[in-house]
Design a protein around this ligand. Structure first.
Ligand SMILES: *Cc1c(COP(=O)(O)O)cnc(C)c1O
Length: 463
């Protein structure tokens, strides 16, 4: 046995030629190193950001969000135009929601998708046109639905029979119309390179394909509800188009059946487009994805002899994920000897409270020194947080410079999606601020929590 020379690194992780390199697919396009090796994001150096805002800090590159939003919109619009239809992009707000993000994406021509009353209030507070909003969710309350109808939300995506009746009662008290879609399960579940296609679905979202026609018939009976089409979302962090093609084909059978009872002008195929978290990830380029999905719908419609509907999509991660970088300060460092080599534990001043994805899903991330370039010798590390959980992992497997030391700044890329929204105060650690960078300037878009914030809800403390 050669256990002494083998390594606890996973197979996908290759020691880089340059342990200070910044792989373009993972970082915002603006990323660079300055004259002294310091990392610069959106024209602002990591040191400057940390001097101004402390650590940890969630940095969002505004230019990157805008560029990705407009790239997605143009790619789908042009693919749709090539097939004689239109496409709209709804930004899935749950990936990262605050009024600044809403303003950026709407000014790039996107609609916004929300799934709770709270998310709806943020979008409205940002001044978004309610008619451009979509509202999802499997358990929208009567109050949430009333608020959505009253605000004039463009499309409500119905998820259950009970919701149809709730909406019917609300709309009966108004004299307006409410456009609705019906969420269905295509039985296709996709994640990264694989998809699973089943006949029966064992999950909480939407209607089974076999139950949907009766639900649509009920919607069509209700004065004031306007059925506009089907909605289907097959998963997240999906690479390739095969899962989308299979799902579209199943949903089009139902779409065709519904045409016998009236118009079905739209089809929403959800989001889930994958991004690169590490150098091992190779997501399908957006233009290819758009062409692949839209052409599958067009071919499916041609084969059935039906008109291609107006299409919509709901990416979240693909717009904000790679625009986010979290900066931490390195605290303690510890080498742990294992049977197969050794692993260096690098502790930072955040963790599962600002990024729950590694603990929740075993998500992989990457990291680089941000305050400087380190020595060229790569050392296998696990970056961990400061919480009282051994699952409190920030970056499971990475190579960092051998001279990484306490006080260094560490940058974790691709933290723009599903980090801040899933953040917590576990162990009474305050949530970090969210800071936007663009063209050499930075500003707080969501302030960080203070100790006063942390104590404010404890009824036993007088502040
Ligand atoms: C989460 C979600 C999305 C966005 O998923 P991404 O992986 O961020 O693109 C879109 N639509 C629905 C219904 C969702 O639940």
């Amino acid at each position: 046995m050669q256990s002494a020379v083998s390594s606890p690194a996973p197979e996908w992780l290759v020691a880089p030629d340059d342990v200070n390199d910044l792989v373009p697919a993972v970082w915002p396009a603006s990323i660079e190193r300055g004259a002294d090796g310091e990392m610069i994001i959106g024209g602002v150096s990591a040191d400057e950001l940390v001097r101004a805002y402390g650590t940890p800090v969630q940095v969002i590159d505004e230019g990157e969000v805008r560029r990705r939003a407009s790239t997605l919109r143009r790619a789908f619009e042009s693919a749709a135009a090539g097939q004689g239809t239109t496409a709209r992009i709804y930004y899935a707000g749950k990936a990262l929601l605050n009024t600044s993000i809403v303003r950026w994406v709407t000014s790039e021509g996107l609609n916004v998708d929300v799934c709770t009353g709270g998310e709806l209030e943020v979008a409205l507070a940002a001044g978004a046109d309610a008619a451009q909003l979509g509202f999802h969710g499997n358990n929208k309350s009567v109050l949430e639905l009333e608020r959505a109808v009253e605000a004039g939300v463009g499309t409500i995506v119905i998820d259950s029979l009970i919701e149809i009746e709730r909406l019917a009662a609300i709309i009966a008290r108004t004299d307006g119309d409410q456009r609705v879609m019906l969420r269905v399960n295509s039985g296709v579940h996709a994640e990264t390179h694989d998809f699973l296609a089943t006949a029966h679905d064992d999950q909480k979202f939407g209607f089974a394909l076999g139950d949907a026609a009766a639900a649509v018939a009920r919607i069509r009976e209700i004065p004031g509800l306007v059925f506009v089409g089907l909605h289907c979302h097959i998963g997240s962090q999906i690479f390739g188009v095969a899962g989308f093609r299979e799902s579209a084909s199943r949903v089009l059978d139902l779409h065709q059946e519904l045409l016998s009872g009236g118009d079905v002008p739209q089809l929403n195929l959800g989001g889930g487009f994958g991004i690169a978290y590490t150098r091992a990830d190779d997501p399908t380029p957006i233009a290819e994805l758009a062409e692949g999905i839209v052409s599958a719908v067009a071919e499916g419609c041609a084969a059935r002899g039906i008109h291609i509907p107006a299409l919509s999509f709901e990416p979240g991660r693909a717009i904000v994920g790679n625009a986010g970088v979290t900066l931490y300060e390195v605290g303690t460092i510890k080498d742990v000897t294992l049977e197969a080599g050794s692993r260096r534990y690098v502790s930072v001043d955040g963790g599962m409270s600002d990024n729950a994805r590694p603990a929740l899903y075993g998500a992989q991330y990457s990291a680089r020194l941000a305050s400087r370039e380190g020595s060229p010798d790569p050392v296998l590390v696990r970056v961990v947080g400061k919480h009282c959980e051994s699952g409190d992992i920030v970056v499971d497997h990475e190579y960092l410079p051998g001279d990484t030391a306490p006080g260094d700044l560490l940058a974790v890329p691709a933290t723009g999606a599903y980090c801040a929204p899933l953040s917590s105060n576990y162990n009474h650690v305050p949530r970090p601020p969210i800071v936007a960078v663009r063209d050499g300037a930075s500003r707080v878009i969501v302030r960080g929590e203070s100790m006063t914030d942390l104590l404010a809800r404890d009824a036993g403390i007088e502040l």
